[in-house]
Design a protein around this ligand. Sequence first.
Ligand SMILES: NC(=O)c1ccc[n+]([C@@H]2O[C@H](COP(=O)([O-])OP(=O)(O)OC[C@H]3O[C@@H](n4cnc5c(N)ncnc54)[C@H](O)[C@@H]3O)[C@@H](O)[C@H]2O)c1
Length: 373
Amino acid sequence: MAPSLESHIIPQGAEIGADTLISRSKVTVIGSGNWGSVAAKLIASNTLRLGSFHDEVRMWVFEETLPSGDKLSDVINATNENVKYLPGIKLGKNVVADPDLENAVKDANMLVFVTPHQFMEAICKGLVGKIKTDAEAISLVKGMEVKMEGPHMISTLISEQLGVNCSVLMGANIANEIAQEKFSEATVGYRQNREAAEKWVQLFNTPYFNVTAVQDVEGVELCGTLKNVVAIAAGFVDGLEMGNNTKAAIMRLGLREMKAFSKLLFPSVKDSTFFESCGVADLITTCLGGRNRKVAEAFAKNGGKRSFDELEKEMLQGQKLQGVSTASEVYEVLSHRGWFELFPLFSVVHEICIGRLPPSAIVQYREHKSRSS
Ligand SMILES: NC(=O)c1ccc[n+]([C@@H]2O[C@H](COP(=O)([O-])OP(=O)(O)OC[C@H]3O[C@@H](n4cnc5c(N)ncnc54)[C@H](O)[C@@H]3O)[C@@H](O)[C@H]2O)c1
């Protein structure tokens, strides 16, 4: 069992009444990859500063044995550093790594989900009946699930499986840059509960991480999810050395498809959301930097001869690629709904990823003209 920071939270002899403690929110971060660790760092700096939160931030760790033979969670607790996914960055002494999911969430009333999306269904299943009934959740997870009845956003999966309200946080946020406290912005998308959204903003906002809230959970989440497909396309363009004009064209086409796809799925999605950090800003940063672009560049450089699985293992050291699986999920939606003609860029990205088309096909199609943007 992971150590507790209770002695840190309540200094010996301090006169803190039980009521004060009860009204403070307790935060657990579910996930400890690259972004999960940075999220824990941001949150931990604020829980120490703000009286409305318990100091301690629990971080659930999917346990791994490191090459040294040590357990990752033990090393995080001993060094205050996630040596595998965020080496060289101190998380804050009030971050406690916990490999036991049930124990990590047991007292929490604010749950931050931040794992690669393919693990979310199993994690939610493991949490049914284990969380506080009045808990609020937020998802930092980019991706969707496609089921028989249609696409399911991760925030919906969390809400439906766990019976909690779930907001989302997305933005132009390459984790390693935020870890070094370089200025960036993010967007919280919420459904109805403005009060909860404000609390999430308080929890994440720092002088170098500027968070704003918008009432458009689906718009924010779809921006964060779909831009990874466009980043794969941008990587192909880089791998083929097509230059900046081509990449800008791909980004424009991609943004147009992101908006059209989001609005077809959820007519409530707002145009203004695409101008928030989660929209055009995240698209730009992901197409310039980011792991999806990087691995897609290598794929195109190799003429599509080495699979994404192989390149992911070789280039990302355990980090996960989201764009390829999202492209496949989007393709499934396009296929079910007969929308291929409306989304030529999304379609061709998937077909290149699975080897049906060569990387050069990324510019060999005509933009569908019948939809106005
Ligand atoms: N890294 C970024 O810059 C960044 C920025 C914004 C959003 N995101 C999003 O955040 C989410 C989490 O990404 P990340 O960068 O924190 O993770 P990551 O790709 O760096 O690490 C993978 C994580 O998955 C865990 N894992 C492996 N197998 C697992 C299993 N079977 N069950 C549960 N967990 C398992 C690993 O322990 C590790 O914590 C993703 O949706 C990603 O798109 C990432």
